[in-house]
Design a protein around this ligand. Structure first.
Ligand code: ASP
Ligand code: MG
Length: 420
């Protein structure tokens, strides 16, 4: 029998009724003889509420107290689920991060897990008790303070715990039944992928598909933890208990590339709406200019993504365009205003009405012409490309937000991803 980690996200535990449903999923696994550690998120909306109370109290708050407050959401869910399990005859207890312990660094609000000592927990699992673990939190050992892992961090808790316990697999239960070739709300013909490689999932996660926290995919990739995304809304008794033989039958498995037999050239199309574009007009065309633009932005913690610098027509001046997260646009503009004299640009223009559309696939490494095909198809629809970036396994273009749906649909069928 297997040792499994089951993680349930906010919508899966949104109220006590749903937590009872989760308990039935867990019971199914226990009845089949699996050893189970469960990781839970806060009830949906709870973390947002806690964050807003902290902000209301003070905009400039102590990060350790922020963590003390926002970590409480998961504690509620863990306790309630343990109660629900006990009441259907499943032996269970809740575990908070510090009790295991899950040790983190001291970057409060966005801490990283440094170590998990799984021994105590494992001993209880071996005795047949289900462990219900609070996601999203750990303890910073030096000051002995609670620390949280950043929004969406329960996914990372689950994968990290699975690694620490040497689990056979990590099941992430959510409100969708897997990873799709693109957003099914935009493209009804989107298909569920039965498998996706870690690398592709990483691109998808960081490019706006919000199913898994990026950090959790990085961890799974480094430790080769086989992770599956599946829906908690499937009736608990309509599903087979998890076993290494049958767990490829539902959901999407995130795994190594070589486990995927029929690899497509392109596996998915992602899009990100929270992008903003900044253009600096007439900056001097001389060595050191890029450094003087991006240095101050980096110092102000503004992440820059795509960068395009035009050719200089007069040999003296040029224009430069780059993108930042929409939420960081005001800060970026403020920083640029502060250094206008130093950089010596004439004017700055910005717009948040842009989206980044990306084509992702490990098959691109060995196939030429994927980009050319993309540009041609977009041109045929009259879609203008504002900026381009590429990596080994993805091509991203920045376009006018009005065209985002058309672009995603066009590319989805272009690369043969539509379901019949
Ligand atoms: N409750 C936390 C959040 O809403 C962590 C998580 O759900 O993954 O961000
Ligand atoms: Mg999540």
């Amino acid at each position: 029998m297997a040792l499994i980690v089951m993680k349930f996200g906010g919508t899966s535990v949104a109220n006590v009724e749903r937590i009872k449903n989760v308990a039935r999923h867990v019971k199914r696994e226990v009845d089949a003889g699996n050893r189970v550690a469960v990781v839970v998120s806060a009830m949906s909306g709870a973390t947002n509420q806690l964050v807003s109370w902290v902000r209301e109290a003070s905009l400039l708050h102590d990060a350790r107290e922020y963590d003390a407050v926002v970590a409480s959401g998961e504690q509620v869910t863990a306790g309630i689920l343990a109660i629900c399990l006990q009441s259907i005859g499943v032996s269970a207890r809740s575990w908070q991060g510090w009790q295991i312990p899950i040790l983190t660094d001291n970057a409060h609000g966005a801490a990283r897990i440094k170590d998990i000592d799984g021994r105590k927990l494992l001993a209880r699992l071996n005795d047949g008790e289900v462990a219900v673990v609070t996601g999203f939190q750990g303890i910073e050992p030096e000051r002995q303070r609670l620390a949280t892992l950043g929004r969406g961090g329960s996914d990372t808790s689950a994968v990290a715990l699975a690694i620490a316990l040497k689990a056979d697999l990590c099941d992430i239960y959510t409100d969708v039944d897997g990873i799709y070739t693109t957003d099914p709300r935009i493209v009804p013909k989107a298909r569920r992928l039965s498998k996706i490689s870690y690398e592709e999932m990483l691109e998808m996660a960081s490019l706006g598909s919000k199913v898994l926290q990026t950090r959790s995919v990085e961890l799974a990739m480094v430790y080769k933890m086989r992770t599956r995304v599946l829906s908690s809304f499937t009736a608990p008794d309509a599903m087979q208990a998890t076993s290494p033989e049958t767990w490829g039958e539902i959901g999407t498995i995130v795994c190594s590339e070589d486990e995927i037999v029929e690899q497509q050239v392109v596996s998915g199309i992602a899009y990100a709406k929270d992008e903003a574009k900044v253009t600096l007009l007439k900056i001097e065309d001389k060595p050191g200019v890029a450094a003087s633009v991006f240095g101050p932005l980096a110092e102000a913690n503004v992440n820059v993504d795509m960068i395009v610098q035009n050719l200089s027509s007069d040999g003296k001046h040029t224009d430069m365009t780059f993108t930042v997260q929409e939420a960081e646009l005001p800060r970026a503009l403020e920083v640029l205003k502060g250094v206008q004299k130093e950089i010596g640009y004439f004017d700055v223009k910005s717009s948040a009405d842009v989206v980044k559309v990306s084509v992702i696939g490990v098959g691109m490494r060995s196939h030429a012409g994927v980009a050319a095909m993309m540009f041609k198809a977009l041109a045929a629809k009259g879609i203008n490309i504002l900026a381009i970036t590429t990596s080994e396994i993805k091509i991203s273009v920045l376009i006018d937000a009005n065209y985002s749906e058309l672009a995603v649909r066009t590319l989805h069928s272009l690369y043969g991803l539509d379901k019949e």
